[in-house]
Design a protein around this ligand. Sequence first.
Ligand code: 3PY
Ligand code: MG
Length: 253
Amino acid sequence: SVNNVKQIWNSGGAVVNAWLSIPSGFAAEVIAQCGFDSVTVDLQHGVQDYRSMVECFQAMGAHPVTPMVRVPWNEPGIIGRVLDAGAYGLICPMVNTPREAGNLVSYAKYPPAGARSNGPIRAGMYHAAGTYQKKANDDVAVLPMIETKTAVENIEQILDVAGIDGVYIGPTDLGFSYGLGPKVDYTEPEILRIYEKVVKECNRRKLNPGIHCSGAEGAARAINMGFKLVTISDEAGLMSTYAKLQVKQTRKM
Ligand code: 3PY
Ligand code: MG
């Protein structure tokens, strides 16, 4: 596979992912040389649009990171476009039922596995003519987000949908739907039990559980729990955290 995320999974490892909220090729370039395995452009909550996403992909091109996207919604128009631009991983919010997961797979895969329309304008550029399409169904990682109580209740049926490579937990929305405040690195037993179940059911099916974190501590804890893809933070969060720390230290000196 040209997708190093899939290679890491095949060798049993955990993928360390970054998240891009800032619409800048340069910000993507800075992040892409920091040692992450994959870098995900966030089109749902990030300050990103299609054009800035393409610029981020172009900046990542010089570095050994897998370009991924969190799409704004489970909708075929944007899913086809991000794949055509060269995304090798697709994270899709608010997938609550096996039917919605099946729709996601159909939007992401060429026939006969799905209904993706042909036209990989940028993705196809790096392959001999016609060869991208032959491998894209296998190469692109498809990860529905588990971030509601309904999705947790349906987790086994969602994981049974052919064509998904795992799931991605959105902790803040998940917490919201269980009546907790939106938070990223939960340690509440009620939420940890859900994580354990998702990891266990993924393992039974050789699928890869992923999760959004906010810093090394939560990300390392998630890997120890068995997660196979952890997002450390978005670049805006990393920048803000470090800048605040520097300002604080300066004023103390
Ligand atoms: C969530 O926490 O709900 C997410 O979607 C992570 O970005
Ligand atoms: Mg969310």
